[in-house]
Design a protein around this ligand. Sequence first.
Ligand code: 6PG
Length: 243
Amino acid sequence: MYTRVVRLCDADDVSTTVAGLLLERLLELQASQPIVHVCLTGGDTANAMYEKFAELADGSELDASKLQLWWGDERFVPATDPARNSLQAITRLARTISIKSADTHMMAAADGRKDPHESAAEYEAELGSTTFDITLLGIGKDGHVASLFPNHPSSDPTSRGVIGVTDSPKEPSERISLTAGSLKRSHEVWYLATGTGKAHAVSATLDGDPRLPGSQIKGDVATVWFLDQGAAEELPPQYTCAF
Ligand SMILES: O=C(O)[C@H](O)[C@@H](O)[C@H](O)[C@H](O)COP(=O)(O)O
């Protein structure tokens, strides 16, 4: 198990590089196994990468029928609400990739459910003991990953695999999130972060600050941080890894 930091120039470089490496890795995985489980994240950084990925995947050897897409977290809003992480990702990816709905495991929307805890319980049942080949995560300025927030009940120790989140510090206030225990069931965890606003959260997480959820969320094979210069600016020199 290793952690690697990839320092890139700027946000565009991060989204382009991650999109290219993700396609390369998925092609490798689909050549060696029948199903590839990928856990996606929400946020602007990831969405920019999904757009680049869709461009690269167009006409590639990617076999979408081998992909199973999951989400690390979701906003507990109506299914058609543009704030939904899954809607934002699928809108971008499906532009060139023919992903069947049966292969996309979206978290239940607010329609017809009384609260995010109900949706969380449904997703936990669907998720079972699935292990992800690749889990993508963004990180907030406060160090949150998925919808696990520092110094917040969402980060309390739990045996649950998926939780409902209320009074989230990041809008919208109601969410569903995989817990650290589920996110750790990943062979590779790829963090994407850009901008100086993320620099302290990145540095503190890499330093293993126990208050930050990302400190314990690592792949059992690899954890890779894709950072632009701004997000990397508080890292000590030993993390200098030209890519
Ligand atoms: O529901 C969400 O908002 C995301 O899952 C969240 O965890 C996101 O990945 C980070 O907040 C980074 O978001 P940005 O890339 O937009 O900074």
